[in-house]
Write a protein that binds this ligand. Structure first.
Ligand SMILES: [Zn+2]
Length: 320
């Protein structure tokens, strides 16, 4: 028998599943739209359907000894339960997800299989830590900047979850320069209000930019063409991320910082103002903290979800 785990990444728009071996290699994968507005039953059914397809087409000697889930929302990892979530996922808060997916997969799981559920940004961080840009480090701050902003903190090889399951929620850190913008949490002046792709766009419009420009990508194109308002929106948005990261680096002193996500992939136009603001804020002794791009892109949450459940499987083997 060959032991494998099933990794699942439940996002607001799509759900990805993969079979992952002990080395962390993705053997096979499938993706489908997340029925996010149809409630948890429909989402769990999608996970079970995709997982079932993968297991059936896997080699006959594959034994599914674990299920690792990365999901949108704040997660109580120990209880395997969703603590809270945005409206993107209907009735997601309160879902005992670990129990539900275990039940839905039923006999596909080997007897005594482990189930691990965590927030998708934390899973992303674990992926980069175990297999990607932070591989080999003992500690890292992993920041994802895309439609939203999130972070995962790894200290001494362990993800910091926090007393209320929100450690790493850098989105809601106050940053100078965002006072005029409302954050999705309802408060003004938080990082996500200016630093996300959506935030960059709101800031651009607040500066008098053309509201017909659809998104951050449009702003980047204009900035590259020399539009001063677009350039300022891009610079301010990136600098806000740099300042927030500087605060986190000062508190945590991680070995390195990984910055990933769709906005971070804009390239030098974003990366330069972000690192310049970070460099300007940190004290001298922190000025050489490496800041590097992510290495796994979209695969990071799946590979992190798999790594976390493999850890449980191995701990149990040691205890047995
Ligand atoms: Zn907020």
């Amino acid at each position: 028998m060959t032991d494998v785990v099933l990794a699942v990444d439940i996002g607001g728009t799509k759900t990805a599943v993969a079979l992952v071996d002990r080395a962390g290699t993705i053997l096979d994968g499938l993706t489908a739209p997340t029925p996010a507005l149809d409630g948890p039953e429909a989402v769990v059914r999608t996970v079970a359907d995709l997982g079932g397809l993968l297991v059936r087409r896997a080699s006959a000697d594959a034994r599914l000894c674990g299920l690792g889930v990365a999901t949108a929302g704040v997660v109580d990892v120990r209880a395997g339960r969703i603590v809270s979530s945005t409206d993107t996922m209907a009735r997601w808060a309160g879902t005992p997800l670990a129990a539900r997916v275990r039940e839905a997969l039923g006999a596909l799981l080997a007897e005594g299989a482990e189930v691990h559920v965590q927030n998708d940004v934390d899973a992303h961080a674990v992926g980069e830590f175990r297999h990607g840009a932070a591989h080999g480090a003992r500690s890292a701050l992993i920041v994802a900047v895309g439609t939203g902003v999130g972070a995962g903190i790894v200290l001494d090889g362990r993800v910091l979850r926090g007393a209320r399951h929100v450690a790493g929620e850098i989105a809601h850190v106050p940053v100078p320069g965002a006072e005029h913008l409302r954050c999705p949490c309802g408060r003004a002046g938080h990082l996500e209000a200016i630093g996300s792709g959506v935030g960059m766009h709101r800031h651009y419009v607040s500066l008098g930019g053309d509201a017909a420009v659809p998104d951050a990508r449009g702003i980047v194109a204009l900035a590259r063409d020399g539009d001063p308002v677009a350039r300022r929106a891009l610079d301010d948005s990136a600098a806000a991320v740099g300042r927030a990261v500087a605060g986190a680096v000062t508190l945590l002193d991680p070995e390195l910082v990984v910055v990933t996500g769709g906005v971070a992939q804009i390239g030098a136009d974003w990366w330069h103002p972000m690192t310049a603001a970070l460099g300007a804020e940190v004290i001298d002794v922190l000025s050489d903290v490496p800041v590097v791009p992510g290495a796994l892109a979209g695969e990071a949450p799946l590979r992190g979800a798999a790594a976390s459940v493999w850890e449980l499987v191995d701990e149990r083997a040691v205890a047995a």
